[in-house]
Write a protein that binds this ligand. Sequence first.
Ligand code: PAF
Length: 280
Amino acid sequence: MKLVKTIQEVREEVKKARGSGKVVGFVPTMGALHQGHLSLVKRARNECSFVVVSIFVNPTQFGPGEDFARYPRQLSADLTLLEKERVEIVFAPSTEEMYPADSSTVVEVPKLSKVLEGKFRPGHFRGVCTVVVKLFNIVQPDFAYFGWKDAQQLIIIKQMVRDLNFPLTVVGCPTVREADGLAASSRNVYLSERQRALAPVLYQTLKLMEAMVKAKKITETRKLVRAGRQFLMRHSGLQLQYLKAVDSRTLQPVPRVKPGVLVAAAVKVGRVRLIDNILF
Ligand code: PAF
């Protein structure tokens, strides 16, 4: 495994790999790796002969007052984990390498970015799209791996790849969960013991909603969301930001649950924000 810090070095490494007929798989991350990231890396390892992982805490996707400064950074622990997964290249650039002082272009998928997370984190997806486009241009992968945990991010990136004709396939991978259902996230380390005990209620709410649909008790999304809200509100200490049933391509509300409907939610437990979703 090679740790590289400059764009030129990644380009050279990927060029050599391509020259010897390798298929390039790419997993973009912000580090603080957990089982969710490792599932993406394992999938890339299974499907590709050359695996690149980037570690870059991207400042442009954090809003004012968000957790950019305290976001966990643990490069040497991350490198140990990636070494075990037999990754070829870890690209860990500096902020100056990714965003030279005179850089000014941004990339945005406007409609999909304004809803759900976009309402609470204005500008977030502009930062994500801008850095992901840059990373795609730097690494030029055949396959890029993203988790369903960040469903809106995945849907936006798929749209962006179609719109901008990137010659690569975006692969969405299942959410990895702790034993009690909490979705793996780098931000889970912020949870106190009491908050950690409360956090699985988010997934329990989504599972309850899924069970109601499966039992054919509810098909109208309005009623389904109301039932989910009521369950969640019973747990004090959780502050619901949104719970919505939307079409997973357009992210617009739909009247009835059917295959392709995404139920997405965000809650705050103290200062910690948790997101999760289920796809019908
Ligand atoms: O999902 C993440 O960790 C980030 O949003 C990504 C895709 C690495 C871009 O910074």
